[in-house]
Design a protein around this ligand. Structure first.
Ligand SMILES: N[C@@H](CCC(=O)N[C@@H](CS)C(=O)NCC(=O)O)C(=O)O
Length: 324
């Protein structure tokens, strides 16, 4: 894996040494918004009007951030309006690739590119930084609208409602503040917390991440003992943002990222909540353990040099969730 430096690919692993062994995630560089009428969103430029067939998503089924966008595409009835290209689960020296020799890896449906970086270079031939998924591409302006999943799911939540007629709202005004507070703690200690533990290259950096991760899981278990969903009795974006980490946890993060104080199946409320979300209409098809098991164990050879993919626990996602 590597990154672009002024349009040139450099094959290098994350620099944790200069941060005392800590993994620090890059901020996303493309931050425009699709809106109903093309008016600018909270960040970036305007000109991205919601239209059927105009936008295309580049994702990995392995990636929890990209998974959020697939979930919102399904929940909001956008599958006929926004196309998808899925990268190969291996992310090696060339970064994400459009190889198709793995079930579900589609290749690049728009340009038949070889690498994900080719999409970034189309948007900006001098692009610098990590080549991440998800990416929301605009076929009209031939550029990247956004490579920030937190923003993309908010666009999907409302911008296309006039086209789809689907007005389900996962960020209602009265729960926005609550969601922002939940997201903030869960992003730092759980969604990104598993990566901070897993990519740590010093004991201190690992210890700094692992305590808050399990403190947050204990806290969430308490929240879900009192409420059906994180923000109360309605499912919100905060639930879906947490779900993509939770559904990878016992198979991948527990072993590969050394997050092994407890498994999700040992938290009765969190486990029931996770099964309910998995069984939500349209969601199971977005959960691809074949991609995430292969991706993490095979791609991160500095963590798992022999690339052995462990057998993993049997997880029965279709068992009754008991949250009725
Ligand atoms: N902030 C981004 C993060 C996306 C991200 O880090 N994706 C990972 C895959 S899980 C990636 O593509 N990493 C490639 C790299 O870091 O080189 C988002 O939430 O959209």
């Amino acid at each position: 894996m590597g990154q672009l430096v002024k349009g040139v690919w450099k094959d290098e692993w994350y620099d944790t040494e200069s941060q005392g062994g800590e993994f620090v995630r890059d901020t996303s560089k493309f931050r425009n918004w699709v809106t109903v009428d093309g008016a600018p969103g909270p960040t970036g430029e305007g000109g991205f009007t919601a239209e059927s067939g105009r936008y295309h998503l580049y994702v990995s089924y392995a990636c929890p951030w990209a998974h959020r966008t697939l979930i919102f595409r399904a929940l909001k009835g956008l599958t006929d309006h926004i196309g998808v290209s899925v990268v190969h689960p291996d992310m090696l020296g060339e970064g994400w690739e459009f190889r198709t020799d793995f079930p579900g890896a589609t290749g690049d449906a728009l340009f038949a590119s070889q690498y994900m970086r080719d999409i970034y270079l189309r948007a900006n031939p001098q692009a610098s930084g990590r080549v991440t998924v998800p990416v929301l591409w605009d076929r009209q302006q031939n550029t990247i609208v956004s490579n920030e999943s937190a923003d993309i799911i908010r666009m999907f939540n409302s911008a296309f409602d006039g086209i789809t007629g689907n007005t389900d709202n996962y960020l209602p005004d009265d729960l926005r503040e609550r969601c922002d507070a939940l997201n903030s703690r869960i992003y730092d200690s759980v969604n990104n917390g598993v990566y901070k533990a897993g990519f740590a290259t010093s004991q201190e950096a690992y210890d700094k991440a692992i305590g808050p991760l399990f403190d947050s899981l204990d806290w969430i278990e308490g929240v879900l003992a009192e409420n059906r969903y994180l923000a109360g009795d309605r499912v919100t974006e905060a639930d879906w943002r947490l779900f993509t980490t939770i559904c990878r946890f016992d198979s991948v993060y527990h072993t590969h990222f050394k997050c092994n104080r407890r498994q999700i199946v040992q938290y009765p409320n969190l486990w029931g909540w996770a099964k309910e979300l998995y069984q939500w209409p349209g969601i199971a098809d977005t959960v691809r353990p074949d991609h995430f098991n292969r991706h993490y164990y095979f791609s991160h050879d500095m963590i798992n040099p022999n690339r052995i993919i462990p057998i993993g626990p049997d997880i029965d996602w279709s068992a009754p969730h008991g949250r009725g």
